[in-house]
Design a binder for this molecule. Structure first.
Ligand SMILES: NC(=O)c1ccc[n+]([C@@H]2O[C@H](COP(=O)([O-])OP(=O)(O)OC[C@H]3O[C@@H](n4cnc5c(N)ncnc54)[C@H](OP(=O)(O)O)[C@@H]3O)[C@@H](O)[C@H]2O)c1
Length: 253
């Protein structure tokens, strides 16, 4: 087991990549705190994850809720070894039709919320801990309509590198996992046969969306001692979409 006795916090652990990661961390021996805003999906997640998971309702943009969250985690867990700052939203901010509130909400959740999650976790994090941010291929590849989302994810890459330097004296590693298109509720009702999903899959060298469990395995690598000398990197788990953007079925003769 790769995380025997470890204590992990996963924001947005009630859905998608966060939930799959919580499951895998628990299978690997960890005790896991999950957060989210939706009490129903938090309750469902706890049923699914079992007694090694604890759910806390908290919005990453609400500083009072965050203070309360970390006070409760301190009481329940004592310390943390891993933080996966995963909570995030996708939202459209197309040039020419975007209001300031929509843009700022995406930045507040995806970037500011992730930074202050880590900031609040620092007093609980043991030396030698691992911090992982959930980035995105969109932080590197441009996509129409996603300026704020792209900026938030590129911002995570940039801030993770500064944090890695800040925290190196404590032996705390800071990395980013950058998923490509992955089957989670973030895509809304789109199913595998929708034109959008088919079009995106056809641009991915591996010809398909990723599974949340495949992202979880990349996060486990960064969280565990398997990556003990890996620091300040962005690990793309994207079927090759960013490395070879013309490698997908759509571009084959
Ligand atoms: N799926 C993809 O294709 C893909 C690709 C690249 C990157 N990502 C990234 O992966 C991360 C997880 O997304 P997902 O795909 O797993 O989608 P998801 O199933 O929609 O999960 C998003 C999670 O974030 C939580 N969340 C959102 N806003 C929050 C807030 N203000 N405070 C606390 N929690 C909040 C949600 O919980 P509540 O709704 O309960 O708040 C939910 O648990 C995101 O950062 C996303 O940008 C996903």
């Amino acid at each position: 087991m790769k995380l025997e006795g470890k204590k992990a916090l996963i924001t947005g652990g009630n859905s998608g990549i966060g939930l799959a990661t919580a499951k895998l961390f628990i299978q690997e021996g960890a005790q896991v705190a999950i957060t989210g805003r939706n009490q129903k999906t938090l309750d469902k997640a706890i049923q699914y994850l079992g007694p090694k998971a604890t759910a806390y309702r908290a919005d990453v943009t609400d500083s009072a809720a965050r203070k309360d969250l970390f006070a409760r985690i301190a009481k329940d867990f004592g310390h943390l070894d891993i933080v996966f700052a995963n909570a995030g939203i996708a939202g459209q901010t197309k040039a020419g039709s975007t209001d300031e509130a929509t843009f700022e909400n995406i930045i507040r959740i995806n970037l500011t919320g992730a930074f202050f999650t880590v900031e609040s976790a620092l007093p609980l994090l043991k030396d030698g801990s691992s911090i992982i941010f959930n980035g995105s291929v969109i932080g590197t590849l441009g996509q129409s309509g996603y300026a704020a989302y792209a900026a938030s994810k590129a911002g995570l890459r940039a801030l993770s590198r500064s944090l890695a330097a800040d925290l190196a004296p404590r032996n705390i590693r800071v990395n980013v996992v950058a998923p490509g298109a992955t089957k989670t509720p973030i895509w809304g009702p789109a199913d595998e046969n929708s034109p959008l999903v088919k079009a995106i899959a056809s641009t991915v060298p591996l010809g398909r969306f990723g599974e949340p469990e495949e992202q979880a395995k990349a996060v486990l690598f960064l969280a565990s001692d398997d990556s003990s000398y890996v620091n300040a990197i962005e690990l793309f788990a994207d079927g090759g979409a960013s490395g070879t953007p013309f490698g997908g079925p759509a571009f084959r003769q």
